[in-house]
Design a protein around this ligand. Structure first.
Ligand SMILES: [Zn+2]
Length: 450
């Protein structure tokens, strides 16, 4: 049997339980009908998708901005474990490229080194997750959750505007200099379910909400309902299903918000920044539709600016695959991933009938092996990701040489696939259960109905 664990690091215990499971007759019979991704030895490369990366002569990127978040779901009260809240923490970190030159010579990022890097900005958010009502409210659970999300997006962030302003800017294409979109079609109303609700730009209220246009409903629709997270919430079973999606949406919008601020401060300023996102450049589940406005916005802005944005994956099948094939790439080489390669060697599927990332991605994926031999799974914005996954070309990415140069510079010795900013944020925001619980107790005392 193939060794699926990266580096062959099976724990003794899990190895034993694996043998037990494989020996079960019924399981063995089932497995005989299954196919799994193939061994590294059998992977065939399409050589035209391999590129030698020449590092740029001059650097235009002087700063790195990274965002990462964490979510912990806990019972509000030990005696009643079915009432849950989720505690989100997000960190935004700015690193000056020059400062990194001194830090990078050390094997670990120490607390003193972190101080040399710029202050981390933290955003916290508590989301009622199951069976929690707010005092003096009398509304259903879904409304409680939707309101808490809208309230988080209402808070001011960098540039002293709320995240809601960035959502508004994005969906009505306010970044355009020629024309602005007048309406956005919401797939359906969170209350009455009426489909294709037209949200008119000029009818939005000051609190970033609209009245449902269905005469029998007329209830409040929030700007943050464009993420369609309410589809996965239920008054009884709760909102646990949206935690991962919401975390990704907030991480993305914290970055887009910073990007928008940079664009507004000064022409060309954004070119000096590399924005680093933990995870791929995509939206999943119900939030996936938002990939389209994001892709449109980046494509438009790319004509005049360098939008240096990169998603970095630290786990999952693409990272497993990158480790498997690392010896097949030369240091300094990038391998662009197309549909056929993905569905033949990485994911289960048929490349003839499936289109990777069709309704979720705004970036193209690549594996990059840096000069010091580390492999990274990255995604960067492309104008047309369907075209990219059919026939990727290095020219689909903007400023790719410099971005990859920066990625190599951000290497982190603590975890192989992580980058320094992400590792630093992780370290700073990671919650001990104790401090999380304390904050939750405070929250529960203040706001939760007894
Ligand atoms: Zn309605």
């Amino acid at each position: 049997m193939a060794d699926f664990a990266p580096g062959g690091k099976f724990e003794r215990e899990s190895r034993t339980s694996h043998i037990h499971i494989i020996n079960d007759e019924e399981v063995a019979a089932y497995l005989s009908h299954c196919t799994i991704p193939v061994d590294a030895q059998k992977v065939e490369f399409h050589d035209s998708f391999k590129y030698d990366i020449a590092y740029p002569d001059a650097n235009t990127i002087d700063y790195f901005i990274a965002v990462d978040g964490e979510a912990t779901t806990l019972p509000v009260n030990e005696g009643f474990p079915s009432s849950l809240v989720t505690f989100f923490q997000f960190g935004t970190l700015v690193i000056v490229s020059e400062d990194l030159d001194n830090v990078e010579k050390k094997p670990f990022v120490a607390a003193a080194d972190i101080k040399k890097l710029k202050e981390i900005k933290r955003d916290k958010f508590v989301m009622p997750t199951k069976n929690v009502a707010l005092k003096n409210d009398g509304v259903d659970f879904k409304t409680v959750v939707r309101t808490s999300i809208q309230d988080f997006f209402r808070k001011e962030h960098s540039g002293n505007t709320p995240l809601l302003e960035t959502v508004f800017w994005l969906i009505f294409e306010k970044y355009r200099t020629d024309t602005v979109k007048q309406e956005y079609v919401l797939a359906h109303c969170p209350h009455c379910g009426t489909v294709d609700i037209v949200l008119e730009k000029d009818k939005m209220r000051l609190d970033y909400s609209w009245e449902c246009t269905e005469p029998k409903c007329r209830k409040n629709i929030f700007l943050t309902d464009v993420f369609l997270l309410f589809v996965r919430m239920d008054n009884e079973t709760g909102a646990e299903a949206i935690v991962g999606y919401l975390k990704n949406v907030i991480e993305t919008f914290l970055l887009l918000h910073t990007m928008k601020s940079l664009l507004e401060i000064e022409d060309g300023l954004v070119n000096q920044f590399l924005l680093v996102k933990d995870g791929p450049l995509s939206f999943s589940g119900e939030t996936s539709r938002i990939y389209r406005p994001v892709q449109k916005m980046i494509s438009y802005l790319r004509a005049k600016n360098n939008i240096n944005l990169v998603g970095v994956e630290s786990s999952g099948p693409f990272v497993d695959h990158a480790r498997q094939i690392r010896d097949k790439l030369k240091p300094g080489q990038a391998f662009l991933l197309n549909n056929k390669h993905i569905y033949t060697y990485i994911l289960v599927g048929d490349p003839r009938t499936q289109q990777y990332g069709e309704r979720t991605y705004y970036g193209g994926k690549l594996i990059y092996k840096s000069l010091d031999g580390r492999v990274y799974v990255l995604s960067m914005p492309v104008d047309n990701h369907v075209a990219y996954y059919n026939r990727p070309e290095l020219a689909d990415f903007a400023n790719v040489q410099e971005v990859l140069f920066c990625i190599a510079k951000l290497r982190c010795d603590i975890y192989e696939n992580a980058l320094i900013p992400i590792a630093v944020i992780n370290k700073l925001i990671s919650l001990s259960t104790q401090s999380g619980t304390k904050i939750l107790e405070k929250f529960a005392k203040k706001t939760v109905k007894k």
